[in-house]
Design a binder for this molecule. Structure first.
Ligand SMILES: [Zn+2]
Length: 148
């Protein structure tokens, strides 16, 4: 297979988007990033639990921090997006919250904010955008909620 390479001689992009590996959410995450956040070029590392992986880092050389560090240092991104999602297996899934969807959302919001603190400490000049991919309509739809 041969396909067009759109970035000849381009070494910078707008953002890094860190999401969970979960097959149920990443395609929709792309849609959210491109259509709602209007970000066209971005690194897209995926690691189980997204914010969880950042929060568990012991030092800067750990892989999750590198997923942010390489885009910042090599691709000069201005924005860092972190997306957590509902029913995330890395956190024990929705079962962990015994069906309390609000408690689950609050928990993910605090996880995302914790990850932001950690990232801002190293990259204070970057804009950090947090989002939670929530299941709505009885689990038939995904809604991306910005976490401020
Ligand atoms: Zn997940």
């Amino acid at each position: 297979m041969k396909t067009e390479f759109k970035y000849k001689n381009v070494h910078s992009c707008e953002a890094v988007v860190l999401a969970c590996i979960d097959f149920r959410f990443w395609k929709e995450t792309i849609k959210f990033v491109e259509e709602e956040l209007e970000i066209e070029s971005y690194d897209f590392p995926k690691i189980p639990g997204a914010a969880k992986a950042i929060n568990e880092c012991q030092n800067e050389g750990d892989v999750p921090m590198k997923c942010i560090g390489v885009p910042c240092d090599l691709h000069h991104v201005a924005r860092i997006v972190i997306v957590n999602h509902a029913d995330c297996g890395a956190y024990g899934g929705s079962a962990e919250f015994k069906g309390d969807l609000e408690a689950e959302q609050r928990f993910h919001e605090s996880e995302l904010k914790k990850a932001k603190e950690k990232i801002i400490a190293k990259y204070p000049e970057k804009e950090v955008i947090l989002a939670f991919a929530k299941l709505v309509d009885g689990g038939e739809s995904i809604e991306f909620v910005r976490v401020i």
